[in-house]
Design a protein around this ligand. Sequence first.
Ligand code: UDP
Ligand code: MN
Length: 241
Amino acid sequence: SAPIIYVVTPTYRRPEMVAELTRLGQTLTLVKRIHWIVAEDSLTCTAPITGLLQRLGLSYTHLASPMPEVYRKERYVPRGVSNRRAALEWVQEHGSDRGVLFFLDDDNAIDVRLFEEMRPTETVSMWPVGLIGDYTVSSPIVKDGKVVAFYDGWPAGRKFQVDMAGFAVNVGFLKKQKKVTMPYIAGHEEDGFLKSLGLSIKDIEVKADGCTKIYVWHTRTAKNPSRALKLEKHQNDNIKV
Ligand code: UDP
Ligand code: MN
């Protein structure tokens, strides 16, 4: 049977949450052998998300792991790290060695063809991500079938200049590494994680037709602060009732 893909989606409560997860979750129902790990930045799991997961019929795990308060106060907040870490631990403990780990943030859009690209990953595979930064795309640069550099609008001294949705990791390979972690450093979560895998650039598996195709985008749903305030008021009013 085909390797299972463990799709890790960090998320947090705001007016757009249910909409984002409905859209992503329904995309995932088009794909075979997926296990969706929805990891909330929260103390508890949110009821409408539990309902959604039950209805979708996917194999899933619903986790909650809040960001430690100290990081919320930072100028650049490392978003989604505590919850991704919780999901990572879950995969290290329960994941099948033949499986594949993939981080998919809740504000991304994905073409289901990407899943069949990443499914045979033996160590770490990479591909382009659309709608990233000023360059509009972030991609490995490929020469003779190998990654030689990265094209990314925000190099920031990173060894691996990739977006969270731009790579997948074989679970057996992940489990063999001793110090796997994701740092609480905004903008360096991917690079720190990939470095912790002891990965060399020469070992990266190239996907999406030599990194010439875009199958995932960081679309970023617009946030509306006044909508968020209304939701908060609504929830507070409900608690008072
Ligand atoms: N996220 C989170 N807690 C937060 C803010 C964001 O868990 O306080 C999640 C969010 O749902 C998304 C990921 O972390 O899946 C990255 O966050 P966001 O898209 O806001 O950050 P950006 O892409 O702008 O760096
Ligand atoms: Mn985002």
